[in-house]
Ligand binder design. Structure first.
Ligand SMILES: [Zn+2]
Ligand SMILES: [Zn+2]
Length: 371
């Protein structure tokens, strides 16, 4: 007959209760526990962005600060956890704080640990002290002090001053198209009379952002490099400045290129401008670089830009009224000499028209406020 083991602590036998090592399962937990854990954990987070410190670095938060803390505790304690002598394995199944998270303070974390020996499972709850402190991470420090930037992007317009409209489009573009390292490298913004500067930590990232602005806004970029002192190791320290000039023109506008009026129709594939030469009526494509080389400016207005109301139009004849003459002058021209660049060309509506030597270009519908 096989002798049944007896628990030396409570006296129960193997037929009454499962055993782990020398003890019954209940006494095993009392004597050995399920696993050992550190008694205390420090957690330092950035009060501005929620990054947390780990192994000398700062890590991205995984949610709110409280969620990040719980994730961190789970990860950290799992690494430190050691199953007790007679168990095959142990793992953390739940962590919760003893009180509502309110920022820097000392908390108790209740840590539920499961363990297993063969098919006998045991559970234990341990309390770990969590010291939570707030600090400012290096990224936020640089942003607050605006130090540590090695490149500047100067966002300017082709005209004197960056318009509100263009500034808004640039801001939207930056917030929608920059993430991760590109967004992190931005240390701050500085307002200027003519536009604004973006201060960037990493010059190669500044170049990447400049390239994105160049292709999206038909911008012209010019790099300059200036020495600003020496690094602690004696090497020369430079700062890259990239001037990003954005043309203040949009499709539908008349622009002067090389002294000649063009209607700017669209930005076509390959980042070329689709233009209509208003003197010859020919459509042409022009690369951004050529546009900048030739130079351009908004059309200053003049006698050749009129405001006409469409009266009638058939395949032979088109009739307008000149709005600027008080609708007294009737203009009657062959329909073949009227080129329409608006979506809707409707009788009774008024249009901006450009009068070339033998053509009339309808370039824009005039929409009155409230109509
Ligand atoms: Zn026992
Ligand atoms: Zn931070």
């Amino acid at each position: 007959m096989q002798t049944s083991r007896i628990c030396p602590r409570c006296g129960r036998s193997e037929s009454e209760v499962e055993f782990i090592g020398p003890f019954c399962r209940d006494c095993y937990i009392q004597v050995y526990g399920v696993a050992t854990l550190p008694r205390q954990v420090d957690f330092v987070y950035c009060q501005y962005c929620g990054r947390y410190k780990y192994q000398g670095g700062w890590n991205e938060p995984t949610g709110t600060i409280e969620e990040t803390l719980i994730d961190y505790l789970t990860f950290y304690l799992t690494r430190k956890l050691r199953p007790t002598e007679h168990l095959d394995e142990a793992w953390i199944s739940e962590i919760r704080l003893d009180k509502e998270f309110v920022g820097p303070a000392i908390y108790n974390a209740f840590v539920k640990i499961n363990g297993r020996r063969g098919d006998v499972e045991v559970i234990e709850e341990k309390i770990v002290t969590v010291k939570v402190n707030a600090a400012v991470c290096p990224v936020c420090t640089r942003r607050i002090t605006k130090r540590g930037y090695n490149a500047i992007l100067q966002i300017r317009s082709s005209e004197g001053k960056l318009s509100e409209n263009l500034r808004e489009r640039v801001n939207v573009f930056l917030s929608e198209n920059l993430s991760g390292r590109l967004a992190e490298s931005i240390i701050g913004f500085e307002e200027h009379k003519e536009g604004f500067d973006i201060l960037i930590e990493d010059p190669s990232i500044a170049r990447m952002i400049a390239a994105k602005l160049k292709s999206n806004f038909m911008a012209k970029t010019i790099e300059t490099f200036k020495l600003v002192g020496r690094n602690p190791d004696g090497t020369r320290k430079g700062r890259l400045t990239i001037s990003v000039r954005i043309p203040e023109i949009s499709p539908g506008e008349i622009i002067m290129i090389d002294g000649k009026p063009y209607l700017f129709l669209a930005v076509s594939r390959g980042n070329n401008l689709l233009l209509v030469d208003l003197e010859t009526g020919r459509e042409e494509h022009m690369s951004i670089d050529v546009l900048w080389q030739k130079g351009f400016q908004p059309y200053p207005g003049g006698v050749d830009l009129k405001r006409y109301m469409l009266i009638s139009r058939d395949k032979n004849t088109t009739m307008f009224l000149d709005a600027e003459s008080g609708y007294r002058n009737v203009i009657e021209v062959p329909t073949s000499t009227v080129k329409v660049y608006v979506d809707r060309f409707i009788e009774g509506r008024e249009y901006k028209v450009f009068l070339a030597s033998n053509m009339i270009y309808v370039v824009e519908e005039i929409i009155e406020e409230g109509k």
